[in-house]
Design a binder for this molecule. Structure first.
Ligand SMILES: *Cc1c(COP(=O)(O)O)cnc(C)c1O
Length: 409
């Protein structure tokens, strides 16, 4: 039997659909973010990264790097075991306390990644609630969808951030049935924000529990970086908040924060928590340093918002099709998978600008885009250079421009 044919056939399908992914081999330069070295097929090239989820550049912050090095030197590299078997180390315990405090919750629980926290967290919560009905936003991340699927309970999808549809489903379910509303606070492909306050109102009116993924908001919104829920004053009304340490906090790991008994139950029942080695101490110390820094420093958050606003303004003024976004995400509409890939290839090879194309299935077909994430460290010169390069690429690929105007969308 020729087994390799199955794999090559699968890969060919991706090539045919223009969905085959190519990874850029990058080497970030601490202290010079967003500058990096690209190990290209033709050798080393200097590039600027425009699509990193290290949104605030905390991955290179001296306090964060310093904490990682100091801890690794002092206690060694790995955790050495699962949480139950020798793996619960002090930096991890401190980090969980820091996260509970960040979200104003009684406790928090760390996982290997944000992905795992959603997958095993939601599945476990759903399994512990008899006859649970999950109401899931149509644009929820794959990690939430997988968690819901593994939870094995009934699931209904409500149209994206559509409160009337959510209410209809809540009403249909009746007051006695246990219900879990699962959504994100900030959707990272369009940059729109969920109406958390109204979702909490509905949850309270119909007796539902709430689970909110704040992955793209923690560190960046709210006076202490607690996320959109903190900014909107509804943190205490959400039952379970989920976040990552890998994006604005610049490290690795995921977590949930909630009431003590929810955390204790997930800790005791979640397979994706129990049967895996704990995060390394150095990562935990670094994440704690990032969280603590962002709890009191608002320079990064303010500069981040100012940079995103400026980039939107100059791309709009150039006539480039910036999609409307209420946040730090700057999506640029292309609407064609081939041109999207081609545009990013030209940007990288000829302009040293690295933006990964966003194609199906990450976004719906026909809405392919460039997703640009300016950080506090993308200065005016870099932005002007980006606008110039994009205009050249748009012309070369025959992509439409808008009428030039200063008006933001
Ligand atoms: C990135 C992401 C995750 C997963 O977080 P990781 O820490 O990268 O595993 C979860 N939810 C959403 C919405 C994400 O974009």
């Amino acid at each position: 039997m020729d087994y390799s044919q199955f794999f090559s056939a699968a890969l060919n399908r991706l090539h045919d659909e223009r969905r085959y992914r190519v990874f850029a081999d990058l080497e970030r330069i601490a202290g010079r973010f967003p500058h990096a070295i690209w190990h290209s097929p033709k050798g080393q090239r200097s590039v600027v990264i425009w699509c990193s989820n290290d949104y605030l550049g905390m991955g290179q912050h001296p306090k964060v790097v310093g904490a990682m090095v100091e801890t690794a030197t002092r206690v060694g590299t790995g955790a050495g075991g699962t949480r139950n078997i020798a793996g619960t180390h002090h930096p991890l315990v401190q980090l969980e306390a820091e996260l509970a405090d960040l979200h104003g919750k009684e406790a928090s629980l760390l996982f290997t990644s944000g992905y795992v926290s959603n997958q095993t967290g939601i599945a476990t919560i759903a399994k512990l609630i008899p006859n649970c009905l999950i109401l899931s936003d149509a644009l929820n991340h794959n990690s939430m969808i997988e968690g819901i699927r593994q939870g094995g309970c009934e699931r209904k999808v409500f149209r994206h951030s559509d409160l009337a549809h959510l209410e209809e489903l809540l009403r249909e379910a009746g007051p006695d049935r246990p219900k879990l509303i699962a959504c994100e606070s900030l959707y990272s492909m369009d940059g729109d924000v969920a109406p958390l306050e109204q979702i909490c109102d509905l949850a309270e009116r119909y007796g539902a529990m709430t689970y909110v993924d704040e992955v793209h908001a923690v560190g960046m919104y709210g006076p202490r970086g607690g996320g959109i829920a903190e900014r909107d004053g509804v943190m205490h009304r959400i039952d379970v908040l989920e976040g990552t340490l890998a994006k604005a906090f610049g490290c690795l790991g995921g977590y949930i924060a909630a009431k003590a008994e929810i955390i204790d139950a997930v800790r005791s029942y979640a397979p994706g928590f129990i049967f895996t080695t704990a995060l390394p101490p150095a990562i935990c110390s670094a994440a704690t340093a990032a969280i603590r820094h962002l709890k009191t420093s608002s320079w990064e958050r303010e500069r981040h918002q100012e940079r995103a606003a400026r980039l939107k303004a100059i791309l709009n003024a150039a006539g480039l099709p910036v999609m409307s976004s209420d946040t730090h995400i700057v999506p640029l509409f292309v609407g064609d998978p081939e041109k999207c890939k081609r545009a990013t290839d030209i940007l990288l090879e000829e302009h040293g600008i690295y933006i990964q194309p966003i194609n199906y299935p990450t976004v719906p077909k026909g809405t392919e885009r460039l997703r640009i994430t300016p950080s506090p460290y993308h200065d005016d010169g870099l932005m002007d250079g980006l606008a110039e390069a994009l205009l050249q690429v748009w012309e070369r690929l025959g992509l439409p421009l808008r009428k030039r105007s200063m008006a933001a969308e």
